[in-house]
Design a binder for this molecule. Structure first.
Ligand SMILES: Cc1cc2nc3c(=O)[nH]c(=O)nc-3n(C[C@H](O)[C@H](O)[C@H](O)COP(=O)(O)OP(=O)(O)OC[C@H]3O[C@@H](n4cnc5c(N)ncnc54)[C@H](O)[C@@H]3O)c2cc1C
Length: 501
């Protein structure tokens, strides 16, 4: 049995802790705040409850696997996981049209796309998602299941797995230059409204479609194929269940104390030094909190984001994200407490598109979940838009107005029904996660330089490891959960292990 210290109580860190404890290790999680969950937070006020972080769960299989492998009760026995009722999402396109899509029903989606875009549109949509499925099958294992170590063959991660339709260019029939996701989607879908429909969801993962590899189309494929899920009570219920599972497996939690350094001896980690001056000895240190940077050569989120989500260095170099200075994305969020019941045909998620797919859409989440509302006919809405990280507490000009305009458009009689509102900026995210500028790391993507975009799972000092959004395979609840599985595999099976845990 080894002593293991886990830094931070984010979901990636807790996923590692639960798996390591069940393997017989003595695990202590050190969290600088007063609570677990990191970005997966909630705001409770006057009987209203809101998710302040993720509101949508993709790939719940990651968490099903963790609950099966770490205890007797399954994920579904610990969390009321539901698929939101159809329509799961309504898109409000720039031309004023609306398209409602069901969840987890390929047939239903095809019907909705045919109705809005005709036979030609649905044919193209289906072909693109078919190619995205091929990309998913090629990249799923190296991207989502296997750890990234110095010994990893990064070939499959560096190649864009999206099987683009062959193109030739010019009289000399030279091979066409590589393109980014937006260019590929534009050419293969042929209708900017279809492009908007397909790429809007990428923003939820923190991926800017300009400059991203076409392989990022695995994300809409994953959403359509495995669905979007929602835990009743909000996403915080998942973080609570994960914390409870860790406690059940005798993981010790120390709250309100941070880690300031990894201690070192004889060329390997020997433990951690805490903000209260104590030193916790450990044979292994798993780092899931990044403030201050604890491992030599830790990359700050802004640098990581520059490669993994804008695809700098891949795709068509002439197409750069607007204002290439945007190296990391965060979120601005408006929480709305409302009087009066939620209309029954309200979609779980409404996406209010920007003028073009290059402009981040505003997402309005209105889950049908009475546990979020005080008794007596009330409702909630969470209105979110990606903004550049590090706005220093303020927001880019026009952001608040965009959030308000989307709320007015989507929530009936919003002004009359508003009980109170709170605007959250990247500063709150920075406070809750420690990520500089409130950056929300996106998932690693195969293609271009992405194979080295998220940090390796083993740290540079023997005995150290990285989990959470900045480690391979990057951010997103499912990806962060997988970092925990990968690092547990490396510690339990040894540094040369290279399978799925
Ligand atoms: C507004 C928002 C919306 C999102 N939407 C979605 C979504 O819809 N779907 C989705 O899948 N994902 C979404 N995400 C991303 C998802 O929440 C994250 O990828 C995931 O929670 C990453 O968790 P993590 O393990 O990296 O830990 P984090 O959440 O980053 O938490 C890190 C923890 O470590 C602690 N810590 C940091 N430094 C130290 C230290 N030195 N000592 C001790 N403790 C320390 C912090 O206090 C914090 O508790 C969203 C994120 C945000 C913020």
């Amino acid at each position: 049995m080894a002593r293991i210290v886990v830094v931070g109580a984010g979901v990636g860190a807790m996923a590692a802790a639960a798996r390591l404890a069940v393997a017989g290790h003595s695990v202590t999680v050190v969290e600088r705040r007063e609570t677990h969950g990191g970005a997966v937070g909630s705001r409770v006020r006057d009987g209203f409850r809101f998710d302040t972080g993720p509101g949508l769960l993709y790939l719940p299989a990651v968490w099903r696997d963790l609950f099966v492998k770490t205890g007797k009760r399954s994920l579904e026995e610990c969390v009321d996981l539901v698929r939101p009722a159809d329509p799961v999402v309504e898109h409000r396109l720039p031309d004023g049209s609306r398209v409602r899509l069901p969840g987890l029903s390929r047939g239903g989606t095809v019907r909705a796309v045919r109705e809005a875009f005709g036979d030609r549109g649905v044919e193209r949509w289906t072909a693109v998602l078919g190619r995205a499925r091929e990309a998913w099958e090629v990249s799923r294992r190296p991207l989502m299941e296997e750890p990234l170590t110095a010994g990893t063959d990064t070939g499959p991660l560096r190649r864009d797995p999206y099987p683009a339709v062959p193109r030739r260019r010019g009289l000399l029939r030279r091979p066409a230059p590589p393109e980014d996701l937006l260019a590929t989607a534009g050419r293969e879908l042929g209708d900017p409204r279809l492009v908007a429909l397909l790429t809007a969801g990428l923003w939820d993962w923190g991926v800017h479609p300009v400059g991203a590899p076409a392989g990022a189309l695995v994300l809409p494929y994953v959403e359509q194929t495995f669905g979007t899920w929602y835990p009743l009570g909000g996403m915080r219920a998942l973080a609570d269940a994960l914390h409870a599972r860790c406690v059940e497996r005798r993981v010790e939690f120390r709250f309100d104390v941070g880690v300031i350094a990894v201690t070192e001896g004889a060329g390997r980690a020997t433990g951690v030094e805490l903000t209260d001056g104590t030193v916790l000895p450990a044979e292994h240190v798993v780092v899931g909190g990044w403030s201050p940077p604890l491992l030599p050569a830790d990359r700050v989120p802004a640098e990581t984001r520059a490669t993994d989500t804008t695809g700098a260095g891949c795709g068509d170099p002439r197409r750069k994200p607007p204002g290439n200075a945007v190296r990391a994305w965060s979120r601005a969020t408006l929480l709305l407490a409302l009087r009066g019941p939620r209309p029954t045909d309200t979609p779980h998620r409404t996406v209010v598109h920007g003028a073009s797919p290059e402009e981040p859409p505003v997402t309005v989440l209105q889950p049908d979940d009475p546990s979020l509302w005080p008794a007596g006919g009330h409702a909630t809405a969470v209105v979110t838009v990606p903004v550049p990280a590090g706005s220093g507490g303020g927001l880019p000009a026009g952001t608040a107005a965009r959030l308000d305009a989307a709320a007015d458009a989507v929530v009936p009689n919003r002004a009359d029904r508003e009980v109170w509102r709170e605007l959250r900026t990247p500063a709150e995210i920075e406070r809750e996660t420690g990520a500089p500028g409130g950056a929300v790391p996106g998932p690693a993507l195969a293609g271009g330089v992405t194979g080295r975009s998220a940090a390796l799972n083993p740290g540079p000092l023997p005995g150290t490891y990285r989990v959470g959004g900045l480690a391979h395979p990057g951010g997103g609840l499912a990806q962060a959960g997988m970092t925990g599985a990968m690092v547990a595999g490396l510690i339990v099976e040894g540094p040369d292990w290279h399978g799925s845990y």
